[in-house]
Design a protein around this ligand. Structure first.
Ligand code: DQA
Length: 153
């Protein structure tokens, strides 16, 4: 069974109350719940993980590599703009991933326009609030189905 891991970075545990004018009013639990429904409908296994710690996120990516997780969706939050360690974890494990953001980082402060991950990602989806995750999940499912098909050919 295809396994997709959704990783949420720092401060995303505060969704719902954190700057709702930027990030919306949905909680992380409600986003994960919706992803769970989509996973069930599509016959894929969902894992979710949130951490405020860079090291824990790196370890979780390494663990996903060891467990042969098929795909990762990551909202690296502030670590998007700072983390060589998370970049190196993706380079080390080679797990395909989508970078996602609730807000449109290109319409905000200049420092948010730099990502240490975008050039390694299959794609980047941002600016759609909670729907950024749902769109990313749909894209991940399509990507995984295509990979299975290619392997069978
Ligand atoms: C974010 C954008 C980042 O710049 C910010 O640090 C976050 C959230 C987003 O989802 O829009 O914490 O990744």
């Amino acid at each position: 069974m295809t396994t997709i891991l959704v990783l949420h970075g720092p401060n995303l545990n505060l969704l719902g109350t954190r700057e709702p004018e930027v990030y919306g009013s949905d909680t992380l639990a409600s986003i994960n719940q919706r992803l769970g429904q989509m996973a069930e409908q599509n016959g894929v296994q969902l894992q979710t993980f949130q951490s405020n710690s860079e090291g824990e996120i790196v370890s979780r990516i390494q663990q996903a590599g060891a467990e042969q997780v098929d795909f990762i969706i990551i909202n690296p939050a502030a670590y998007t703009h700072t983390s060589v360690a998370i970049r190196d974890a993706f380079l080390a494990t080679r797990i395909p991933f989508i970078e996602t953001h609730l807000s449109n980082v290109y319409a905000r402060e200049e420092f948010r326009m730099n990502s240490y991950l975008s050039d390694l990602a299959i794609g980047v989806i941002g600016g759609f609030g909670k729907n950024s995750y749902l769109l990313a999940f749909e894209a991940a499912i399509i990507h995984c189905k295509q990979s299975v098909k290619k392997r069978a050919e």
